[in-house]
Write a protein that binds this ligand. Structure first.
Ligand code: PGA
Length: 251
């Protein structure tokens, strides 16, 4: 049986200035001090990385950025590179979030370049995939996920692949209050695990942690986490309040 440590990630998106982040952490850190059943990660906006980093120092909580550029440095106004994220204290980076795919031109090709760049700096990429509503309704979910997997990840070496985390986020469930049922999420996770198995073998597929994201809340997390295929959660809205995010972590 698979023995994967769950991961619970809070993606703050473009919310919270430094003082608000500090206030969150002062409440949140004690609430999860006994949580050793899962890895915990906070992904604040870039400007709050330092404030959060300071407050979680010496705890089990990891720090993530929400995006990265693939070059190490260069004339790229407004971009931030993997070495810079390491310098800011990150151990993780979210890559290919659907909001970036939908609104900021992220493609499978840029996802692949970003994943490689993050891995080269020993960051753990949290790679997001997921279908939009029309694709699900047209029965194209598997095809879309296959394309995102192939385009974003298939070129990794097996040792590289063993270091990534995936997040399945049906776009129709993000910020909408519509959660995929645990069964539907689990079914879709197994499609991704099959894709991993075909490309990287049994061991890699069994070790791959696949998070579910999309309207995860304190009242639905336990049912989602009861599915063997679901190895954690990528949480947006409900990660902004210390009580609700702690309740999710302590599922
Ligand atoms: P949500 O966002 O929990 O607010 O639906 C999830 C995400 O976008 O990562």
């Amino acid at each position: 049986m698979a023995n994967r440590t769950p991961v619970i990630v809070g993606n703050w998106k473009m919310f919270k200035i430094g003082a608000e982040a500090t206030e969150f952490d002062l409440k949140f850190v004690p609430l999860v001090k006994d949580a050793d059943h899962c890895d915990i990660v906070l992904a604040p906006p870039l400007t709050a990385l330092e404030a959060v980093g300071r407050k979680i120092e010496g705890t089990r909580i990891g720090l993530a950025a929400q995006n990265v550029h693939w070059d190490q440095e260069g004339a790229q106004t407004g971009e931030v590179s993997a070495p810079m994220l390491v310098d800011a204290g990150c151990q993780y980076v979210i890559i290919g979030h659907s909001e970036r795919r939908q609104f900021y031109g992220e493609t499978d090709e840029t996802v692949q370049k970003k994943v490689k760049a993050a891995l080269a700096e020993m960051l753990t990429p949290i790679v997001c995939v997921g279908e939009v509503l029309e694709e699900r309704e047209a029965g194209r979910t598997e095809q879309v996920l296959q394309r995102q997997f192939e385009g974003g990840l298939a070129a990794l070496t097996p040792p590289e692949f063993s270091r990534i985390i995936m997040a399945y986020e049906p776009v129709w469930a993000i910020g909408t209050g519509k959660t995929a049922t645990p069964e539907l999420a689990a079914e879709t996770h197994s499609l991704l695990r099959d894709a991993a198995r075909k490309r990287f073998g049994d061991q890699a597929a069994e070790g791959l942690r696949i998070l579910y994201g999309g309207s995860v809340k304190p009242d639905n997390v336990a049912r989602l986490m009861a599915e063997e295929e679901i190895d954690g959660a990528l949480v947006g809205g409900a990660s902004l309040k210390p009580d609700s995010f702690a309740a999710i972590v302590n599922f």
